[in-house]
Write a protein that binds this ligand. Structure first.
Ligand code: FES
Ligand code: FES
Length: 219
């Protein structure tokens, strides 16, 4: 894969407007993801229909899952067409253009895709979008106030020169925000524990810890 293959140099952007079978091929849905989707969201009829070439109308007629979802993201209601086995990370990045949510491993190991769901930090690459209906989702784009004031954790990251390349930073920030919501005065070890699911290939861990401790003092 070359950089020109992808928007962020990580994965090529899938296209979702070429019909049901192409949708699935584009999303590069693995068998594992498909099975996970069937088990987690109970969409056997719909998924099977898509896999075996039924039209969208046929899937709908069979009582398949509703694909047009209304999601609450960063305080706004967004309507989006979501495949039954689509992850929240894919929806955010490739349907809603919220590319601050990064995709690193795409298998629940690195934390780059961390978002808040009802104020709890969550790997969006391991969360089916159909499972977050009615929940409140916060991405990095939703942290600053309407007047452009940064969230205290974002400001502290700047003040402490927290990030290096910055790829893991949105995930680190959202994990820190989740921590400070539940524990406004954490110890350094508690911060370390809260951020332990967010890997940093640049090794900027101490800078991130300093930043979160500073944000806690500012609050
Ligand atoms: S991209 Fe989700 S945990 Fe790595
Ligand atoms: S700052 Fe580069 S991966 Fe964390």
């Amino acid at each position: 894969m070359t950089d020109k293959d992808s928007k962020d140099g990580i994965y090529p952007e899938p296209q979702f407007d070429r019909g049901p079978i192409a949708d699935i091929a584009s999303a590069r849905a693995s068998r594992r993801q498909f099975i996970k989707g069937v088990i987690a969201s109970g969409v056997v009829a719909s998924s099977a229909g898509l896999m075996y070439g039924c039209s969208r109308e046929e899937v709908a007629a069979s009582g398949g899952v509703e694909r047009m979802l209304r999601l609450t993201i960063n305080g706004e209601t967004r309507t989006v067409d979501v495949l039954p086995n689509e992850t929240l990370a894919m929806t955010l990045r490739y349907k809603l253009n919220l590319t601050g949510t990064k995709l690193g491993c795409d298998r629940g190991e690195c934390g780059a895709c961390t978002v808040l769901i009802d104020d709890v930090s969550t790997y969006s690459c391991s969360t089916l979008t159909h499972m977050v209906r009615g929940r409140s989702i916060t991405t990095i784009e939703g942290l600053e106030s309407a007047d452009g004031t940064l969230h205290p954790v974002q400001q502290a990251m700047i003040d402490e020169l927290g990030p290096q390349c910055g790829f893991c930073t949105p995930g680190q920030i959202l994990s820190a925000v989740a921590l400070l919501k539940s524990n406004p005065s954490p110890t350094r070890d508690e911060v370390r524990h809260a951020l332990s699911g967010n890997l940093c290939r640049c090794g900027a861990y101490d800078h991130y810890l300093n930043s979160v401790m500073r944000a806690a003092e500012m609050a």
